[in-house]
Design a protein around this ligand. Structure first.
Ligand SMILES: Cc1cc2nc3c(=O)[nH]c(=O)nc-3n(C[C@H](O)[C@H](O)[C@H](O)COP(=O)(O)O)c2cc1C
Length: 160
């Protein structure tokens, strides 16, 4: 199974998480600023990751990368999403970037796998929540760094 993990990151936390996820899934890590349409299409499982910035926005490189993603043919492709956020300082837009990625890939006909439970997080509002679940893996390195290893392990085995 070919796995591509495409991420954007300002201060390196999402990059580090992408590396850990890649180790578990035996995948190739690609920075969204270097990605091509073929990187989205040429894999069996596509994993996309972004932190949330600006009170609910995608990471800056994803702001242009999202157009590239929207051009890719994702019909029937398995896609898993992960996002980093800060639930204490941004409880009203916690991990919203994940919701933005979700909307695009669903619109493109992808099959999203790896929904997770919101239990264990404290926030008010997040567009990453649909039908009571996060649409992917949510990590909070600002407040819950100690929980991330376990969350990554459990999410990657759920996907596999
Ligand atoms: C200016 C600024 C705005 C942020 N806005 C949000 C936000 O709206 N929602 C959220 O969940 N996290 C927010 N965060 C937290 C980051 O998403 C979090 O620190 C993340 O781990 C950074 O990932 P990176 O190191 O890969 O860039 C913000 C951080 C900064 C510095």
């Amino acid at each position: 199974m070919t796995v591509h993990i495409i991420y954007g990151s300002d201060s390196g936390r999402t990059k580090a998480a992408a590396g850990k996820i890649a180790a578990k899934l035996d995948g190739k890590v690609i920075n969204i600023s270097d990605a091509t349409t073929a990187d989205f299409e040429g894999c069996d499982l596509l994993v996309l990751g972004s932190p949330t910035y600006g009170g609910g926005d995608l990471q800056a490189d994803w702001e242009t990368g999202i157009d590239l993603l929207a051009e890719a043919d994702l019909t029937g492709k398995k896609v898993a999403l992960f996002g980093l956020g800060d639930q204490s300082n941004y409880p009203d837009s916690f991990a919203d970037a994940l919701g933005a990625l979700y909307d695009v890939v669903v619109e493109k006909g992808a099959e999203v796998v790896g929904f997770t439970n919101t239990k264990g997080y404290e926030f008010e509002v997040s567009t990453a929540v649909r039908d009571g679940q996060f649409v992917g893996l949510v990590l909070d390195q600002d407040n819950q760094a100690g929980k991330s290893e376990k969350r990554i392990a459990s999410w990657t085995s759920q996907i596999l």
